[in-house]
Design a protein around this ligand. Structure first.
Ligand code: NAD
Length: 473
């Protein structure tokens, strides 16, 4: 199951040898991963070069977030925009500096450009000028982040210029992935600037190591909360994780418990052993239920009612039964759609009345549902169905402050992917911009982020955790 090239690349001597001999072996980068609990200063001492173009709209939340999160900002922007950095810099003891203070040769940990002011195609040249001289000096596992705006109310040319940012980011991500660096675009809707902070904290930190090459929208929809907590964000929250016995579900349950949640760990009766063991270790509650059973939603609702309701539901349990359509049996088709989609819809319906206001629902989709895959007509259908489910449910629950999102993993190292033939597995890993498969905890970190109170600006969306493996069709 282990990735031989990744293991080899962990040894500095092996890396030096491969380089010295000029061997054509692309050793994947070792990704920086932050496994510590959430804290107020996840970007402590990071060197972040911040650019903004004329008319940039998000410098204020950007300045506030970077200083509060402990980052050292180096500015390249018009004088009028720099003023926003003065006060937060002073109050958090992180005065922003001129770019020259970084020195010509120094690396930086992140490059952030507020491109919301770009309203014409000619303005895109500013994107080139900002990134071109610096991209080669981005540190390993560095971050590129572009801030754009949603197309609401934009004229044709402004919409074209803003949409161009997406293609830029997707492509740059593929160029810098071999160093473990990621590139993403955050599209902020009018009036949603105050919800940007938690998104920046996640995407600029080492908790988003496998999230790259994609846009993420922040909306002003759903009720606004008071200051979201920065540490122990799930304190006093009850969370249900389905399929918690192993893989992504287990990693997610562990991360949620680390942030203070009471985790209800659900899996099949046949997996009662590992599920109970995990629940005990996390101080949570085990729940043995087969989700393909029609009576399952009622049993789950009873268990959560006994705990006084639920704040977060993670619909993670899922199965694959890969066969080309011509060879697929009816039972295989029914099994996959039954667990991956029908059970999610049914379970959600039973739990919606128990879900507290400002709650969070996160479902597991897959890049197979977005890009399609040979042998996965049923699986792809079930996972694309999830995308539609979260979109519609998010709209319906927005007034209660409840957000509903999906996470679409790419190739993640679990039992599910260990079943893939070894040669295909090797190829699948190398297809990612980051040159490797992700770990269950990478998906868990994204699920955790979407489950926190601070993620209130993200709803109805599908966030890929695929290391840039998505090619699209
Ligand atoms: P896994 O097989 O390691 O774990 C899935 C868990 O779900 C198991 O513990 C299993 O017992 C449980 N489960 C399955 N059917 C169930 C049922 N009827 N009732 C109760 N529990 C049931 O898989 P994983 O890789 O951790 O996948 C988790 C989710 O992520 C799935 O929805 C999967 O489709 C999705 N996903 C995984 C990958 C990947 O590369 N591993 C990629 C894309 C999407």
């Amino acid at each position: 199951m282990s990735d031989f090239l990744l293991e080899l690349g962990k040894s500095p001597n092996a890396r030096r040898l491969v380089k010295a001999l000029g061997l054509p072996i692309p050793l994947p980068p070792v990704l920086g991963r932050d496994r510590t609990p959430w804290s107020a200063r996840p970007l402590a001492d990071r060197r972040i070069v911040v650019g903004a173009t004329d008319g940039a709209e998000l410098v204020a939340p950007l300045a506030e977030t970077l200083a509060a999160a402990g980052a050292n900002a180096y500015l390249e922007m018009p004088d009028a925009l720099r003023a926003a950095f003065r006060e937060p810099g002073e109050s958090f003891g992180r005065p922003a500096q001129e770019l020259a203070a970084l020195g010509d040769k120094a690396t930086c940990d992140a490059l952030v450009l507020d491109a919301t002011g770009i309203a014409a195609v000619a303005g895109l040249r500013a994107v080139y000028y900002f990134f071109h001289p610096r991209v080669a000096r981005l540190a390993r596992s560095g971050r590129v982040l572009v801030l754009g705006r949603t197309p609401d109310g934009l004229g044709s040319e402004a919409a074209a210029a803003q949409a161009a940012l997406e293609g830029f980011v997707r492509s740059l991500a593929k160029e810098i992935g071999r160093t473990g660096a990621t590139a993403n675009l955050v599209l902020v809707a009018p009036g949603a600037g105050s919800r940007l902070g938690p998104v920046l904290r996640f995407l600029l930190s080492s908790k988003s190591s496998f999230v790259t090459a994609q846009p993420l929208q922040v909306t002003a929809r759903a009720r606004t909360l008071a200051e979201p907590p920065l540490a122990r964000p799930l304190e006093k929250k009850t969370v249900l994780v389905t399929g918690a016995a192993r893989g992504i579900g287990e990693a997610t349950a562990r991360l949620f418990a680390q942030e203070g949640a009471h985790v209800v760990c659900l899996d099949r009766p046949a997996d009662d052993g590992p599920t109970s063991q995990l629940a005990r270790a996390l101080g949570g509650t085990p729940l043995s239920v087969d989700l393909s059973d029609e009576a399952a939603p009622g049993k789950i609702a009873d268990a959560l009612r006994a705990l006084g309701g639920v704040d977060v539901v993670v619909h993670n349990a899922g199965i694959t039964r890969d066969k080309t359509l011509a060879r697929m049996s009816e039972a295989q088709w029914d099994g996959v759609l039954g667990v991956n989609l029908a059970a999610v819809v049914r379970t959600h319906a039973a739990l919606e009345p128990l879900l507290r206001d400002n709650g969070r629902v996160v479902c597991l989709s897959s890049i197979a549902g977005l890009a399609g895959n040979v042998g996965q007509t049923a699986y792809g259908a079930s996972k694309a169905g999830i995308v539609g489910f979260v979109r519609a449910t998010a709209e319906r629950l927005a007034d209660r402050g409840i957000t509903v999102n999906a996470v679409a993993p790419g190739f993640i190292e679990t039992r599910l992917t260990a079943a893939i033939p070894v040669a295909i597995r090797q190829v699948a890993r190398r297809l990612a911009a980051l040159g490797q498969g992700g770990l269950p905890e990478d998906v868990g970190q994204a699920l955790l982020f979407l489950a926190t109170p601070g993620a209130q600006g993200i709803t109805g969306r599908t966030l890929r955790v695929c290391g840039g493996a998505f090619v699209g069709a």
